[in-house]
Design a protein around this ligand. Structure first.
Ligand SMILES: [Zn+2]
Ligand SMILES: [Zn+2]
Length: 229
């Protein structure tokens, strides 16, 4: 009742264009455009987004999945950027529905635990959101997987400002395992969640830390992926 009243006073606006969105977080026009972006599939390999076969510079495509594209000027990009700076529950649930569907479509349904790429404490303070953690918790619930917080993140510099080689070195220096994490990793199959995967450098570093600590399998899963088309 309260929600209904609030939505009359503060009608939901479209995340992309700020027009009134009657249902959900997109207006009808943006929703239509978004559905087209999804049904177009990967503009690089042509496969549906859940089955994109594009390698990243760092990861074999069998270990790298994502739910929606990060399309330049696209609705998908607006959704992903909003997700990075707000805890919009409807949006998070929408993204983790898609992430769960990708896992199921690829036979990743049992015997996995979930962990996530953490944001640095400074970034969390600035934005108020630890988005991969929020996604991971929602996804774990939907998949009925256990969830573990395994990493420590230092440094807040956004990697997009760095050159390819610098990114690699910088990513390595940013992450380490928490004390006692090895016991939770050894012998486990793990889904590593991140918000947006670009070069794949970050998930590769975290994935390597898991493998070195004895994980049997590591699958990297982004809500979005930015592929260079
Ligand atoms: Zn709109
Ligand atoms: Zn692709």
């Amino acid at each position: 009742m309260l929600n209904k009243t609030l939505s009359l006073i503060f009608p939901t606006v479209c995340i992309r264009c700020k027009r009134i969105a009657k249902h959900g977080f997109l207006c009808p026009d943006c929703k239509e455009e978004y559905e087209k972006e999804l049904s177009d599939g990967c503009l690089s390999c042509g496969n549906p987004h859940g089955k994109c076969r594009c390698d990243s510079k760092y990861l074999n495509n069998e270990k790298l999945f994502y739910a929606i594209p990060y399309k330049t000027d696209g609705v998908s990009r607006s959704l992903l950027l909003r997700m990075k700076t707000s805890n919009n529950r409807a949006l998070v649930s929408h993204l983790t529905d898609k992430m769960a569907a990708v896992l199921r479509a690829n036979g990743i349904e049992n015997d996995y635990i979930i962990t996530y790429v953490p944001r640095s404490p400074i970034k969390i303070r600035l934005e108020g959101v630890d988005q991969a953690k929020i996604l991971a918790h929602s996804l774990a619930e939907k998949m009925n997987f256990g969830i573990e917080n395994l990493f420590i993140c230092r440094g807040a510099k956004e990697q997009k400002s760095l050159e390819y080689v610098e990114r690699d070195i910088y990513a390595r220096s940013r992450f380490s395992l928490r004390i006692g994490a090895e016991e939770k990793i050894k012998g486990k199959r793990i889904v590593l969640v991140d918000d947006i995967i670009t070069s794949g450098a970050t998930v590769k570093v975290c994935s390597d830390l898991l493998t070195e600590a004895g994980a049997l399998d590591v699958i990297c899963l982004g809500a979005g992926r930015s592929v260079k088309y």
